[in-house]
Structures are given as structure tokens and as C-alpha cells.
Design a protein around this ligand. Structure first.
Ligand code: VGL
Ligand code: ZN
Length: 203
């Protein structure tokens, strides 16, 4: 049983409809995520947790446009609306999520100089969040990944987990994406599939 873990990616208020960086239908992952929790003894959640001066916020780059891609200390960076600021209600887990059942939370995106889409590493793979090591210490071999957003944090979490040697399943019914460019979610799913992530289709 403990060879399997569930990773809930960024199911936070700011990514729900009405939030600062709303993911279309983001709220629809909640009932499915709650049901998935019944199947796992280890439930990990990632939490996007930015300081107000974070380099991924368009507001911290005067003269630049929202959703423009810029360079942030040598890495390409989409400039997002201000979201998931540490300690704000937008950064809290969705109220409908059964967050009392989460075994451990890993926060990411805390360094203003670099973003962290993956729950395991920052975007430059410079620092680990400890998530991969922690799972390995628990004896976990297989992870099921779901949450928000399929084309950003879910994708990079799944791919990093795969690269760290875990078997990875993406649960599509419990995931939704941003689709900044139409087709982004489909492309992300295909990329994950081609690299070895098992895709559990919506059912
Ligand atoms: C996310 C953009 C910026 C995500 C987080 O959770 O997918 N996307 N920060
Ligand atoms: Zn973020």
C-alpha cells in the first residue's frame, strides 16, 4: 500500500474560477481528488507559495505584459498575475478539498529569483524541495499525480518524478490546465505519455 502515493498539485484558491490565476474548471478536480484519496495511504500536496517580490509576477516587471515570456536569471519565465502569495487566502488549499487527510505538504516557489513549477525541483533544477527524497524514504515506488495546472505544475511534477525513478500515473479527471495557447493541455499530456507517464483517462 505504501508503495503508492498520491500527489495533489497546487489545488489552491488562486487557481480556481474567480481566483487570481484561474484555471478553467479548476474547481472540478476537487470531488475527484477527494475520492482518489480513499485509495492511498500516503497523500502529498504541493503548495505554490510565493513571496510578494517573486520574479514570476508581471507586477514586479514594470513595462512588461501579463503572460509575456521574459528572462528570469537565465531561464525563460512566463509573467503571471500575482498569485499564491504566502499567507493569503489565495494560497490556501481549496475549501472543498479534504486537506486534513494530507500526509505532508511541500511548498515551492519561495525563492524570488526562480520559479518552481515542479513539486520536486525549481525550474533550474538547482534545489530540491525534498519531496522526491521523502517519498523514497517512505518506500514509495509509484505516484499518481493530479491537480492544477496540467500544462505547468502537474506536468513538471510528473516528469521530475519519472526522472527520479518513480513510476508515474497522471489522473486526467482530477487535473485541469491553463491552455494559455489552445492545445497546450493536449500537448502536455502527449509529452508526458511519450516520456513514460501512464495516463489514466477520465472515467
Ligand atoms: C502554476 C503558473 C504559475 C501551476 C503555478 O500551479 O500550474 N502555474 N504558478
Ligand atoms: Zn506560481
Amino acid at each position: 500500500m505504501n508503495e503508492n502515493a498520491l500527489i495533489l498539485v497546487d489545488i489552491q484558491n488562486d487557481f480556481l474560477p474567480g481566483g487570481a490565476l484561474a484555471v478553467p474548471e479548476g474547481d472540478q478536480v476537487i470531488p475527484r481528488a477527494n475520492r482518489l484519496m480513499d485509495d492511498f495511504g500516503i497523500i502529498v500536496a504541493t503548495q505554490d507559495w510565493h513571496p510578494s517580490d517573486h520574479g514570476s509576477f508581471a507586477a514586479n516587471h514594470p513595462g512588461k505584459q501579463l503572460f509575456e515570456v521574459t528572462d528570469l536569471n537565465g531561464l525563460p519565465q512566463v509573467l503571471w498575475p500575482t498569485h499564491c502569495e504566502q499567507g493569503t487566502s489565495g494560497a490556501e488549499f481549496a475549501p472543498g478539498l479534504h486537506s486534513g487527510r494530507i500526509t505532508k505538504v511541500f511548498q515551492k516557489g519561495t525563492d524570488p529569483a526562480i520559479d518552481s513549477y515542479s513539486g520536486l525541483f525549481d525550474n533550474g533544477h538547482r534545489k530540491s524541495t525534498g519531496l522526491g527524497e521523502w517519498l523514497r524514504d517512505q518506500g514509495v515506488k509509484h505516484v499518481t499525480v493530479c491537480g492544477l495546472a496540467t500544462d505547468y505544475c502537474v506536468k513538471f511534477t510528473a516528469l521530475d518524478a519519472l526522472a527520479e525513478g518513480f513510476e508515474v500515473t497522471l489522473d486526467l479527471a482530477a487535473s485541469r490546465g491553463v491552455n494559455l495557447t489552445p492545445g497546450d493541455v493536449d500537448k502536455a499530456v502527449e509529452e508526458m505519455r511519450s516520456k513514460g507517464v501512464k495516463i489514466r483517462e477520465a472515467n
